[in-house]
Design a protein around this ligand. Structure first.
Ligand code: NAD
Ligand code: IPM
Ligand code: MG
Length: 372
């Protein structure tokens, strides 16, 4: 039994819809296991820009820093946001990630057996797939060459004599590469003991350095099988034979793109959770930022069509990684599996002979299983 403070940043579009369901599940966990969660809700994204003039205020960042964990919905992309403010809603993510040094983004991909037919990829290819993408989150193309790096100002457009030109710089230091590689190898030791380091070393200098550092780190983990793979080939192998992968470790933008692709192994963008971790300690463990990998999905916002499972599984990761509550996290995963197995789906996973539920109804079903 414990008391924990969770900063909650619902955000824009479907962000608040799916975050409400993640909270419903955390409440169900609290009553079943006797914990107490205090939620500190703050504005983020468009709402924060309009009310506070920034995508996330410094006061909200401080609330996050003082919490035991951060639950994030999604930001950006609302048609109602006219973009007249200089600041973009997505800058909230950069401020959080860079500001709190969440350099390691874990994105597990484990298609549920009862969802194999919901994926466009053949069931026999998917069966047994269980991988995690370790995405570097505070460097690379997102932060460019600015020294010191300015969160949320990753690129520059310049006026030249020939017209406008724009530049983005992919910069990595050895230390940044080494720490993310170590996260990957440590994760592999608890899993199937294989690391695939993904880069573009046939073109990019940053990837050549990435390979050198990766080889050095790999030598410290002789018990882990290690390979390099070019990112374009990886995009293909991911859907050709996903069972060949265990831990994929890669640069910020490559990890962003590969995980949207990988979400289709699990059937939908609405299925993949994530944990972003750094080194900041709390009274209960390590501070982390937990969010679905998907965005604000303006095309389905406000219609009850959003799948809340990615947010709910992010809450499970929060319990596991920041609060050390492993059985509670496992109970959420089992409840999700049971509800899907029973044939309940949200719109994105609609198939014949399934019962399609609204966002809230899906949350209620999963909470009801947890209450049993
Ligand atoms: N972490 C974040 O806050 C985050 C992540 C990704 C994108 N974004 C932002 O979101 C906005 C929209 O981006 P986008 O449309 O390219 O990507 P998106 O992830 O919002 O949506 C892509 C597609 O997946 C579907 N989808 C996403 N989540 C779903 C869910 N839970 N249930 C069912 N279907 C779901 C959407 O309907 C859409 O068709 C952009 O402004 C982008 O910058 C934010
Ligand atoms: C919204 C965007 C900045 C963000 C990213 O690219 O990191 C998103 O796509 C993600 O995957 O978390
Ligand atoms: Mg993304």
């Amino acid at each position: 039994m414990g008391n924990y403070t969770i900063a909650v940043l619902p955000g824009d579009g479907i962000g608040p819809e799916v975050t409400d369901e993640a909270i419903r599940i955390l409440d169900a966990v609290a009553s079943r296991f006797g914990h107490s969660f205090t939620y500190q809700k703050r504005l983020v994204g468009v709402a924060a820009i309009e009310a506070e003039g920034d995508a996330i205020s410094d006061a909200s960042l401080e609330v996050c820093q003082r919490s035991d964990a951060i639950l994030f919905g999604a930001v950006g992309g609302l048609p109602s946001y006219d973009g007249s403010h200089k600041v973009k809603p997505e800058q909230a993510l950069f401020k959080l990630r860079k500001g709190l040094q969440f350099f390691a983004n874990l994105r597990p991909v484990k298609p549920l057996n009862s969802l194999l037919s919901a994926s466009p990829i053949k069931a026999e290819v998917l069966r047994g797939a269980d991988l995690v993408v370790v995405r570097e989150l505070t460097g690379g193309l997102y932060y460019g060459h600015l020294e010191p790096p300015v969160p949320g100002k990753p690129s520059e457009i310049r006026q030249t004599e020939q017209g406008k030109s724009a530049i983005d710089t992919l910069l990595y230091s050895e230390a940044e590469i080494e720490r993310i590689l170590r996260v990957a190898f440590e994760a592999a030791r608890d899993r199937k003991k294989k690391v695939t380091s993904v880069d573009k070393a046939n073109v990019l200098s940053s990837s050549v350095l990435w390979r050198q550092v990766a080889n050095r780190v790999a030598a410290d983990y002789p018990d882990v099988t290690f390979e390099h793979m070019l990112v374009d080939a990886c995009a293909m192998h991911l859907i050709r034979k996903p069972t060949n992968f265990d831990v994929i470790v890669t640069e910020n933008l490559f990890g962003d793109i590969l995980t949207d692709e990988a979400s289709m192994l699990a059937g939908s963008m609405g299925m993949l959770p994530s944990a972003s971790l750094g080194t900041h300690e709390t009274a209960h463990g390590r501070l982390g930022l937990y969010e679905p990998i998907h965005g604000s999905a303006p095309d389905i916002a406000g219609q009850g069509k959003a799948n809340p499972i990615a947010a709910i599984l992010s809450a499970a990761m929060l319990l596991q990684y920041s609060l050390g509550l492993k059985s509670e996290a496992a109970a959420i995963e089992a409840a999700v599996e049971q509800v899907i197995q029973a044939g309940y789906r949200t719109e994105d996973l609609r198939e014949e002979e399934t019962k399609v539920l609204k966002t809230q109804e899906m949350g209620q079903k999963i909470a009801a299983v947890l209450a049993q």
